[in-house]
Design a protein around this ligand. Sequence first.
Ligand code: KG4
Ligand code: ZN
Length: 356
Amino acid sequence: MNEKITILGVETSCDDTGIAVLNLRPCEDNPKKINLTVLSNKLASQTDIHNEYGGVVPELASREHLRALLPLTEEAIRESKIDLPNLSHIAVTAGPGLKGSLLTGLNFSSGLAAALNIPIIPVNHLEGHVMAAFIDTQLGFEPTKAFPFLTLLISGGHTQIILAEQFGRYTLLGETLDDAVGEAFDKTSKLLGLGYPGGPEIERIAKAGNPHKFNFPKPLTDKKNLNFSFSGLKTAVSREIEKNRQVNNEWQSDIAASLQDTIANILCIKMKLAIELTNVKKVVVSGGVAANHQIRKSLSELCKSQNAVLIVPKPEICTDNGLMIAWVGGLKAHYNYPFDDVIKVSPRWNLTDLHC
Ligand code: KG4
Ligand code: ZN
């Protein structure tokens, strides 16, 4: 067990550059508990650049990461009030994600780790999202209290239900057979002529809409398994938009509210089943879509009705960030997890296969 860890987290799997500095140490009264202090957490968003194209352009994403990495790291170090040589480790996202973006972050981190002569730890981006819920600077982290739990991972690239048995051991219980839930938000936003990423735009205009105006399909919700399908819903929404195109705020808001309500319903139906099948009464929701207030509210009501505890990170921790990468890397360092000296990026790295 490592005594004191001061770790830099580097996240560049998609279109956000995230850099954070985190300190972890065993609790003096209870060595099984880890206390943590967030020294800095910086984000450089590329939203404005990709917005123009209605989605992430991989080449532009790599170029922007390259531009942002050094100044953002300097800013994070300055804000953390430590000197670079005080860093004990660097954690970097090694996958899954866009290959060029991952490589940019890894090359930068490898150079810095070599210059400082400190270990570099590969982190799975999805594990970052899953564990982000336990970044608690007040209470600290105690594995025996945290595990087991069910995770609903909802992002632009993933829709999965995972059973987290212990740190590093995750079982996939179900996932989308086609599109990720975030894609349904992003595609609808694009069709409505709104910006990228679509989720926050849809959420914004849905506030004024009627969630029961359109009866969109809920694929696979009649099946007793934990898989999802969003392509049929996405098609139904785009047909409605094409068929009935009105440049009218009320109509747009009704589409957005109905889509959001349908998605919240689908997620609740599957999570209810997951709780029933596993009898695990703790649910963690993570990934960018978990920032959605309607979805958070619906899942909170569901968990209450099932006597389950719901843990959802703050919205800014739900979306991509460097802190969750520093956190998982810090835990790996704390528990002396073995990792290869030479790290490669793994654009399709599964959470259930944590050996990079
Ligand atoms: O986790 P994330 O930041 O990146 C990936 O790993 O994919 O998730 C991005 C996704 C996008 O599809 C975005 O539209 C969605 O999360 N998103 C939201 C909200 N904020 C971000 N979806 C619904 N409501 C939101 N407030
Ligand atoms: Zn993500």
